[in-house]
Design a protein around this ligand. Structure first.
Ligand code: BTN
Length: 326
């Protein structure tokens, strides 16, 4: 068995018995290793940041898990069936989307997730940069949906709905979606989605879904008009990024499964209720450098934003950069 496997088994035992001490003898017997080998594993876990108390005649007890992104911690009790069954973690990545794209190209299975503690070249939508210092959550997920390439915007909306649900469950904060991919809290951007596609004319080969959320991101590192969950919660405490990642993976699996089973209409109601765009006067730059101004009145069955112009005409927008005017 690999050394990490023993570490995980030890942690598993400690977590199952989090209200009692476990003797060295019990643990080493359960793992089939010597007391001395167990001691070495405990020391290694302590170096990683786990606080493990050792009391003579009583044994060991796990007192604290470090607030680092650790894959075994994410895996702990994670009940998802597809999303995150395979996980890759990087302390410092270029862009998790780029890494996931390469993995997908070489056959990685649906649900594979790439997570980074920080990114040096975080990518935003429309060729923008995504500030990615330590404190945020940066993850990309490989999906292989059976859809046409022009249906990809729907996947962005599935992800935005999942991100809002995860933030609300995790922090109680009133997160909203600025169509199509921005996540807002109190009129400030807390996160975004970047969906990239490898497609053939008649099918999407795979999709890389990138989600970036400012969780504990230090204030001075946030972009102008940006915010974080920590900033908005006003509690001053750091949040567990591990717990947040779990929440995102669970929400993503739920919404994606709904989408796969029942199509876009099965998430459309929630999506519309989370929208901070609908009912507002907007200014949209579409891909064709065309500017559309009017009132956002609907997100239609294809995920398009429907804008009512002053002339009374309605425009369907499938992609664009939205500015909310009033
Ligand atoms: C946006 O709002 O413009 C989208 C931001 C998406 C950022 C995430 S962070 C994880 C993934 N890797 C990247 O390089 N970008 C996405």
């Amino acid at each position: 068995m690999k050394s990490e496997k023993f570490d995980n088994k030890i942690l598993e035992l400690f977590k199952k018995h989090d209200d009692s001490y476990l003797s060295g003898e019990e643990v080493s017997r359960a793992l089939g290793i010597s007391r001395q080998a167990l001691w070495k594993h405990i020391e290694k876990l302590r170096e990683t940041g786990y606080i493990i108390e050792a009391v003579p005649h009583l044994g060991y007890k796990l007192m604290q898990v470090p607030d680092k992104i650790l894959v075994p911690e994410i895996r702990w009790n994670l009940k998802t069936k597809i999303i995150g069954r395979e996980m890759h973690f990087y302390e410092n990545a270029g862009s998790t989307n780029d890494i996931a794209y390469e993995l997908a190209r070489t056959g990685a299975r649906e649900g594979t997730v790439v997570i980074a503690n920080e990114q040096a070249r975080g990518k935003g939508r429309l060729g923008r940069k995504w500030a990615s210092p330590e404190g945020g959550v940066y993850l990309s997920c490989i999906l292989r949906p059976d859809i046409l390439p022009n249906e990809i915007p729907k996947i962005t909306l599935v992800a935005a709905t999942s991100a809002v649900k995860a933030i609300r469950r995790f922090s109680g904060l009133h997160a909203l979606i600025k169509w199509p991919n921005d996540i807002f809290i109190s009129d400030r951007k807390v996160g975004g989605i970047l969906t990239e596609l490898k497609g053939e004319p008649d099918r999407a080969v795979f999709v890389v879904l990138g989600i970036g959320i400012n969780v504990n991101t230090p204030k001075h590192m946030l972009p102008e008009k940006g915010t974080s969950i920590k900033e908005e919660s006003k509690s001053g405490r750091d949040f567990s990024r591990v717990d947040f990642i779990k929440e995102v993976l669970i929400a993503l699996e739920k919404e994606y499964m709904k989408f796969k089973g029942g199509g876009f209409s099965s998430i459309r109601g929630d999506l519309k209720s989370f929208s901070c765009t609908l009912g507002r006067h907007v200014n949209v730059m579409t891909g064709k450098r065309k500017k559309i101004e009017g009132k956002a009145v609907d997100i239609d069955k294809d995920g398009a934003l429907v804008v009512a112009l002053a002339s009374g005409k309605r425009e369907r927008i499938l992609s664009g950069d939205v500015r909310i005017e009033r």
